[in-house]
Each structure stands twice: as structure tokens, then as C-alpha cells.
Design a protein around this ligand. Structure first.
Ligand code: PRP
Length: 254
């Protein structure tokens, strides 16, 4: 892991900003999986060069002693937990996870990566004769029970929730539920499983999140990353930052 010192310094202009030292690690929780590549790309744009091995390795901790940075590789749904409890000072977490878990963390920056949408879907055969405006009571399989419950409660629709942890699109195919609430990015998983979108709940991006105590105790160190990240996401378009790193998966949004 290599920090390009001059570039990194140049982007941090505030007098409150200080470079982390090896005695005072700043711990960053990164989400394993599809957002990881985009998060690493963003960090590399501000001069933090992660190790090549971080995506392929089975190691879960990567230390950059020279620059006082520690990267943790964790399940996306666990990032807010690590940050809330202070096991990580900062993290990258999807808005879907943050809204469903309602963790006590600061969420200071939309990183504009990990773009996708949370939608309601059902089999195309059912959709042909279905009218969502007539729903009064439905059964939904989802990884997001809290968001789903709140969304349908706001519409006055009673929901029986089935909590799953993955492969949500399978549920309507084998009769576990008629409908699902899940994320859609390219739409390929829906298409390949004969499902169609019938409602959009919200648009999702990944956020920088910060532990409340760390923000006070390590303010300078956090600002050291936060400031250039904020400059980056405001000045560059998502295409310039990320597109090209994951060919074919993100193009429908731009
Ligand atoms: C996510 C999501 C959908 C799929 C959507 O699943 O839950 O299943 O990606 O992507 P697409 O629109 O580009 O096809 P993920 O790959 O995280 O795995 P999971 O099903 O185990 O949650």
C-alpha cells in the first residue's frame, strides 16, 4: 500500500489537517464485493494506493505503517457495525444498509459510487395481470425488512416479510413469496429470472461514514482523507472517477 505523499498533501489544505502516524492508525472498513473496486479507485484518486492483493487475498487486515492507515475487509452489511462500535474509524457503506440498520454513525459524504436502485419486483406472468395500486396485503422476500416495512406502511399496505440473506430473486420462482424488494444495478439478475420491476423505492449510493468518537479524537486524521475525498466527488463526475474499472456493470446510469 503506497500513499503518494506530495499529491495527498497537496489536496489537504486545511490547517486542522494532520497526517496519520503509525502510532495512531486510522482504520477504514471497506465493503467486500462489487463496491470494493470502486472504493479503492476513489482512495487511489486521493493518493492512497491500496495493495494490489486486497481484492484477491484472503487476508482481512491491510496495514500501511508508513502512513498510519489500516484497511479492514468486511461484509458490506457489517461496515456500519464496525464503525458504530469504533472498531473502524471510518467506512464505506451503502445507503440501503444505512437506512435499514439505522446505526448511530455520521454520514458526511456521498461518495457517488455503488450506484443502484432498490425496487419491488415480481414474475412477469404475475405482472401482466397485477395492479400495484390495488395492493392491500402482500408477501415480500427481502434483505431489507425495515425499509420494506416502512415503505409499504407509508402506502397503507400490509406486508408479510420474509427475511433472506441473498439470491432474493429465487423466492418468487419457487413460491416462497410473490414479490421481492431488492437492489437492481444492471437489471440482468431480474431478466435472467423472469422478473420485472413494478415499483422503485429509492436510489442508492455508497457513503463515507464516521464513528462519532473518532471524529472528535482523530479529527485531523479523518479530515486528511475526508477533505480530498469531498473535493474529488464534487469536482469529478462518476464517469471520470470510476467508469472503466468495472466494464459493463455501470453504464446504464450514465
Ligand atoms: C445484488 C442484488 C441483486 C443483484 C442485482 O446481489 O441483490 O441480486 O445484485 O444486480 P444486477 O441488477 O446487476 O443483476 P448480489 O450480487 O450482491 O448477491 P446476493 O444475491 O447474494 O445478495
Amino acid at each position: 500500500m503506497k500513499v503518494q505523499s506530495s499529491k495527498f498533501k497537496a489536496q489537504s489544505k486545511s490547517s486542522n489537517v494532520s497526517r496519520p502516524t503509525s502510532h495512531d492508525y486510522l482504520t477504514i472498513a471497506l465493503p467486500k464485493g462489487r463496491v470494493m473496486k470502486q472504493a479503492l479507485k476513489i482512495f487511489s484518486k486521493i493518493g492512497v494506493e491500496p495493495p494490489d492483493a486486497i481484492e484477491e487475498s484472503r487476508k482481512l487486515i491491510f496495514d500501511d505503517k508508513e502512513n498510519g492507515l489500516r484497511f479492514l475487509v468486511v461484509k458490506p452489511t457489517d461496515v456500519p457495525t464496525y464503525v458504530e462500535y469504533g472498531a473502524a474509524d471510518i467506512g464505506v457503506a451503502g445507503k440501503d444498509v444505512l437506512m435499514d440498520q439505522e446505526r448511530d454513525v455520521y454520514e458526511p459524504l456521498d461518495l457517488k459510487i455503488g450506484r443502484c436502485r432498490m425496487i419491488v419486483a415480481e414474475p412477469s406472468a404475475l405482472s401482466a395481470k397485477d395492479d400495484p395500486s390495488q395492493w392491500t396485503s402482500i408477501r415480500i422476500a427481502t434483505k431489507y425488512p425495515n425499509i420494506t416495512e416502512r415503505y409499504f406502511a407509508s402506502k397503507g399496505i400490509q406486508v408479510e416479510l420474509i427475511k433472506l440473506y441473498g439470491s432474493i430473486e429465487l423466492a418468487p420462482l419457487i413460491g416462497l413469496s410473490e414479490r421481492i424488494v431488492d437492489l437492481v444495478e444492471t437489471g440482468e439478475t431480474l431478466r435472467q429470472n423472469g422478473l420485472v420491476e413494478v415499483d422503485e423505492i429509492m436510489k442508492i449510493t455508497s457513503r463515507l461514514i464516521v464513528n462519532r468518537a473518532s471524529l472528535k479524537i482523530k479529527f485531523g486524521n479523518i479530515l486528511f482523507l475526508w477533505e480530498p475525498l469531498a473535493q474529488l466527488v464534487e469536482h469529478l463526475t462518476f464517469n471520470q472517477v470510476v467508469l472503466g474499472s468495472i466494464p459493463g456493470r455501470l453504464t446504464i446510469y450514465f
